[in-house]
Design a protein around this ligand. Structure first.
Ligand SMILES: Cc1cc2nc3c(=O)[nH]c(=O)nc-3n(C[C@H](O)[C@H](O)[C@H](O)COP(=O)(O)OP(=O)(O)OC[C@H]3O[C@@H](n4cnc5c(N)ncnc54)[C@H](O)[C@@H]3O)c2cc1C
Ligand SMILES: NC(=O)C1=CN([C@@H]2O[C@H](COP(=O)(O)OP(=O)(O)OC[C@H]3O[C@@H](n4cnc5c(N)ncnc54)[C@H](OP(=O)(O)O)[C@@H]3O)[C@@H](O)[C@H]2O)C=CC1
Ligand SMILES: C=C(O[C@H]1[C@H](O)[C@@H](CO)O[C@H](OP(=O)(O)OP(=O)(O)OC[C@H]2O[C@@H](n3ccc(=O)[nH]c3=O)[C@H](O)[C@@H]2O)[C@@H]1NC(C)=O)C(=O)O
Length: 333
């Protein structure tokens, strides 16, 4: 839903492309809410519905808060019970173990709100907003700066943590500040310098801070048709070079230097190689696609197989970009 204000600013609440429709609770079991909120706590919630790979076991407990108050209540709930917390955005860069995850899984994807401020050219967005949706909205408004983000099916929070990027731009380039929630429930505002950005990395990776909101500096006032054309061109380039027809996590490995991971894997002869339902994509060798019925363990085994084969041939150990959550075991033999 988009609201155009009299001062030219635009507020939007949108949906995510990795999201499946929530089914109404038709079972007899009572609905349990986080104390003091309308946020439902689900038990044994299958995480395959919440990751782009469409694999993974269940979360012991799962919540998807819509605002900071519910998120704070979730952290308090976990703290009081001494259970671990795992944060998901849209799950588009995750491999979740078939055994599932213990403790409380918090998905930020329902934390939605965006505000395009025409006075400052700044876009302030809640963590669960969809990055590709924002790219299309900015294009519609004639705001430059997010053309690169089209086709990256994640949330703002995930992009801030991963330093998501494409076409020689990345999240850190436009980020003004990120608001984060600490485990004790307090809020901090951090600058890009404090977040220690580098290629596909930030200090938020492996930290216990949760991104709740981000502000980006964009460039309003361009011709919408021009911004739209560049955005569309990036999307078309992606569709012709990356496999969007099967579930994936995007690039599995970070690019080493001097050769890209896709080139190294293709030169190792692994295109099309398959373990269970997991396959090295024919269109792009740095994508592993779920050809149907893949288990997380198939994808994990294929990741290890690729690492060993590339190491044998090129003496390079490829570092995964994908975040692996839960327990995995390398196949023996
Ligand atoms: C088809 C496809 C194409 C892709 N193309 C690109 C690309 O071009 N460039 C690129 O960079 N990536 C790409 N990706 C990968 C992925 O979309 C990005 O890494 C994205 O930024 C992940 O966002 P997410 O919300 O899905 O995060 P998730 O995958 O849910 O989480 C990623 C990490 O961030 C953490 N996290 C998520 N949200 C928060 C939060 N609010 N606070 C704290 N921690 C959080 C998680 O714990 C996890 O460690 C692609 C993926 C797919 C499926
Ligand atoms: N392989 C995988 O594992 C996964 C792939 N994907 C794919 O990632 C891709 C992300 O693509 P992307 O286009 O960036 O975002 P989406 O297709 O997800 O669209 C995001 C938003 O932008 C709007 N939008 C899309 N195209 C246009 C357009 N041409 N003009 C104006 N608005 C538009 C959509 O509106 P509306 O809803 O009205 O179309 C939607 O609100 C999708 O193709 C999705 O299928 C997503 C998840 C996993
Ligand atoms: C998809 C992701 O990000 C993508 C991002 O979308 C694109 C576009 O900017 O550039 C990076 O891909 P990439 O380096 O593989 O880009 P490409 O242009 O497709 O390939 C690089 C080079 O490898 C070669 N290549 C690629 C795939 C392949 O199967 N074989 C091959 O030889 C290409 O010919 C090209 O010379 C990002 N990947 C990484 C790990 O940095 C992601 O991070 O998930």
């Amino acid at each position: 839903m988009t609201t155009f204000q009299a001062d030219g600013s635009v507020c939007t609440v949108s949906t995510l492309s990795t999201e499946k429709q929530e089914k109404p609770n038709t079972s007899e079991s009572p609905v349990i809410y986080l104390p003091g909120t309308d946020c439902v706590i689900k038990s044994q919630a299958s995480l395959s519905a919440y990751t782009s790979y469409r694999v993974g076991g269940a979360a012991q407990l799962y919540i998807a808060p819509r605002n900071i108050e519910a998120l704070q209540a979730g952290l308090k709930y976990a703290r009081e019970r001494g259970i671990p917390v795992t944060v998901l955005g849209a799950g588009s860069n995750l491999l979740v173990s078939d055994r599932g995850l213990p403790g409380l899984v918090i998905a930020t994807r329902h934390m939605r709100q965006s505000y395009f401020d025409p006075q400052t050219g700044q876009l302030t967005v809640a963590a669960g907003e969809s990055i590709p949706s924002l790219a299309w909205q900015a294009a519609d408004l004639g705001w430059e700066g997010l053309e690169w983000a089209v086709g990256i099916p994640g949330t703002v929070g995930g992009a801030v943590v991963m330093n998501a990027g494409a076409h020689n731009s990345c999240t850190a380039d436009m980020l003004v500040s990120a608001q984060v929630l600490l485990p004790n429930g307090t809020i901090e505002t951090l600058t890009p310098q404090e977040l220690g950005y580098n290629y596909r990395t930030s200090l938020l990776q492996g930290s216990d801070r949760i991104v709740t909101q981000a502000t980006f500096q964009l460039r309003p006032g361009a011709d919408p048709a021009k911004v739209f054309a560049v955005t569309k061109q990036h999307k078309q380039h992606r569709l012709s070079t990356q496999p969007y027809n099967f579930p994936s996590c995007g690039s599995v490995f970070r690019n080493p230097k001097p050769h890209s991971a896709g080139w190294l894997i293709e030169q190792t002869g692994l295109k099309g190689f398959q373990i269970g339902g997991a396959q090295v994509a024919q269109l792009h060798a740095n994508f592993i696609v779920n050809r149907g019925g893949a288990k997380a363990s198939d994808i994990f085994s294929l990741i290890r197989h690729i690492q060993h084969k590339v190491q044998d041939q090129w003496s390079i150990w490829l570092e995964p970009e994908v975040k692996m959550l839960g327990e995995f075991q390398a196949a023996c033999g």
